[in-house]
Design a protein around this ligand. Sequence first.
Ligand code: NAD
Length: 415
Amino acid sequence: MLSDTHFYFNQAADVLGLSDIVRKILLTPQRTMTVELAVENCEGELKYYTGYRVQHNDARGPMKGGLRFHPSMDEDHASALAGLMTWKTAVVDIPFGGAKGGIDCNPREMSDKDLAQVTRLFVAEMKDFIGPTIDIPAPDMNTNARVMGWIMDEYSKFKGFSPAVVTGKPLELFGSEGREEATGRGVMISLREALTEQGKSFSDITVAIQGFGNVGSNAARLIADHGAKIVAVADHTGGVSNEDGLDIAALTAWVIETGGVKDFAGGSGFSGDSIITWKADVLIPAALQDVITEENAHEVKAGLVIEAANAPTTPAADAILLERGVIIIPDILANAGGVTVSYFEWTQNIQQFRWELDRINDELNKVMVKAYRGVSDVAAEFQVDLRTAAFILAIRRVGKAGLARTHLDPATFIG
Ligand code: NAD
């Protein structure tokens, strides 16, 4: 995964004619930390975990990125995802850099008490390296608002009341209105902008979505509300399709009740894997990384792919899709709605003032529209695809901010 991010970065760096030394500076994380987390669990057993935090770049502001709790968590994952966050925050032009981290634990096999203990120990070890003006964690895979609440509480024990140390908190603990659906809303806005460019509207299109969790279900609801037909949805349990458009409210209720889309009565079942090659105008991967590959890219029928998940397209598949004329809205643009509303949460915490939902959605719309059009303009200027354009935009912003802090002339180093 690290090599995929570097590949896309280098594609844009080639267009900009960046030197090797500037590439190295921009690609290398500023700080990489591992901490030992040895705890006695509820059963009296001694358990050992490793905590990671990679702080990639803070040229444009405090670093921002999720905390992932998963047995596969390691430095390589954290490093790749931290870099993506630097480029993502730059694309949407919010005043943050990028970071990522986590713990190599499996929350499904741990009691809440054990999980809280490990989380608090991680914060105690990291307390001098995170903070509202340094590095602000957020939820990611297997972490949620509750875990963010523990982080705020533990950090505040050492540093005093500090809601802005972490985002994605529960509403009653200084979280933000609109955060839950923000990534899905950003996906809908990206799609709307792409359709507008093509002279189309939501009512003209059919959509297939992989993943019906936070991002996929919210994106499906908002896109369907605007008049598009969601003709197929797949998740880890299987797939369900309906040519007339699935009833997303009913499907959501079914998934809450049963845990997955399988056996939903409002459509026909199919094996979830074929969602990537489903006959639809738009494909939205909103589940896993590396799902559009060299093997299936030739069979993708959609003309537009909106990357709601992080890194769903391998570089080889990306090249095949582009060759076939498929338009890809890259992850660092399409799924940036979440980190944008995280920025609003941090802002509200610092202001000690709560914004209404309408204001959140209004500001999110402005940020996403500006980002989309900025990327589209760069694509036209350099005659490149949207992913390369997004990286060009981000590299310029990050590189110039870093150099503006020095006596060096940014124009000499960044095109
Ligand atoms: P989630 O855990 O809420 O949902 C994940 C969905 O993926 C579920 O519907 C699950 O059934 C499905 N899934 C899992 N394995 C699958 C498989 N093998 N085949 C098909 N579907 C499968 O996660 P989420 O928060 O919706 O995140 C989804 C993606 O979006 C991830 O890549 C995440 O990194 C990315 N993302 C999320 C946010 C956010 O704010 N939540 C922000 C940016 C990016």
